[in-house]
Design a protein around this ligand. Structure first.
Ligand SMILES: NC(=O)c1ccc[n+]([C@@H]2O[C@H](COP(=O)([O-])OP(=O)(O)OC[C@H]3O[C@@H](n4cnc5c(N)ncnc54)[C@H](OP(=O)(O)O)[C@@H]3O)[C@@H](O)[C@H]2O)c1
Length: 280
């Protein structure tokens, strides 16, 4: 199926499809199952897939891309360097991701976590700049970076990340970080855009009221809200009906008041993950 998915232009030149498929399938993924999930998503119209060395799903993503028979250029593949590779050989990590994907370039290569305790992220970024110059990473960015980490990258290398992939859903909205990114040309990408199911979106009455008005689900309204904020979003959906539903978000538009109502659902007490908690 072909679905017209909007794109955003990155500060480094290329564009990114605004919605993709998340592929974190647990600590020990079943690769045949992961491949089948990605194949189902490709059939539903997804061309943008988010994976990471740390998820173990790179081989399944690459296999699904090849099995589609579609040209490589039609896909947008994001992967991320593993946290423990901050203290290892960056190029070996990059080469392993390419080999596991079975691809000769990555569309978007991200530093998964800054790991300020290890304090190697500027060195990793310098290697990423090199990979981009060599053409094996079309765009480079980061994930889970705070303003202080972004400022260091920019001040010490002069290269602004294209993307900062961060936790962003109705219960946990990093609005100030998103707006800082916007002011500096960095697009925010939402991970766990549906809250990963930790707390039901259906418990949020304003979201339910908006969903009812448009005849959409709370999940679809949440994704639509992210699109209208100018965010890239990567919902994980293992079930085909969910994959299909998550692409049916281009036929309605939230009003500014509805966007504000959802912006108001942020819960400062939500137990979000912090970059300071992540070790190798
Ligand atoms: N950079 C990072 O540090 C980081 C951290 C976490 C996640 N991520 C990325 O972000 C992706 C998404 O986050 P996530 O996997 O935590 O979870 P999520 O996308 O927030 O939520 C996934 C859950 O929502 C359900 N769902 C999806 N669409 C639905 C729909 N239309 N109706 C009802 N339920 C629906 C899924 O069900 P089914 O699976 O049963 O369809 C699944 O249980 C990850 O897979 C990964 O690629 C990145």
């Amino acid at each position: 199926m072909t679905v017209a998915i909007p794109t955003l232009k990155l500060n480094q030149g290329p564009t990114i499809p605004q919605i993709g498929l998340g592929t974190y399938h647990g600590e020990v993924p079943d690769l045949a199952k992961s491949q089948a999930i990605v194949e189902s998503a490709i059939a539903a119209g997804y061309r943008h897939i988010d994976t990471a060395a740390g998820y173990g799903t790179e081989p399944a993503v690459g296999a699904a891309v090849r099995a589609s028979g579609l040209p490589r250029e039609q896909f947008y593949i994001t992967t991320k360097i593993n946290n423990r590779d901050h203290v290892r050989d960056f190029r070996a990590a990059h080469d392993k991701s390419l080999a596991d994907l079975g691809l000769d370039y990555i569309d978007l290569y991200l530093i998964h976590w800054p790991q300020p305790k290890t304090d190697r992220y500027v060195d990793v970024w310098r290697a990423f700049i090199q990979f981009q110059q060599e053409g094996t990473a079309k765009a480079i960015g980061v994930s889970n970076f705070w303003v202080e980490h972004l400022e260091r990258l920019i001040n010490e290398t002069g290269v602004v990340p294209a993307i900062n992939q961060i936790e962003y859903h109705p219960y946990w909205q990093q609005k100030a970080l998103r707006q800082w990114g916007e002011a500096h040309g960095i697009i925010t990408e939402a991970w766990s855009p549906l809250g990963s199911g930790h707390r039901p979106l259906s418990a949020l009455a304003p979201l339910v009221a908006i969903a009812d008005k448009y005849g959409k689900s709370v999940h679809q309204v949440t994704l639509r809200w992210q699109l209208q904020l100018g965010i890239v979003t990567i919902p994980r959906a293992d079930q085909t009906p969910h994959q299909i539903a998550n692409l049916q978000i281009f036929d309605f538009e939230l009003t500014p008041e509805e966007i504000e109502a959802i912006n108001g659902l942020h819960d400062p007490a939500y137990p979000a993950m912090s970059p300071l908690d992540i070790d190798l």
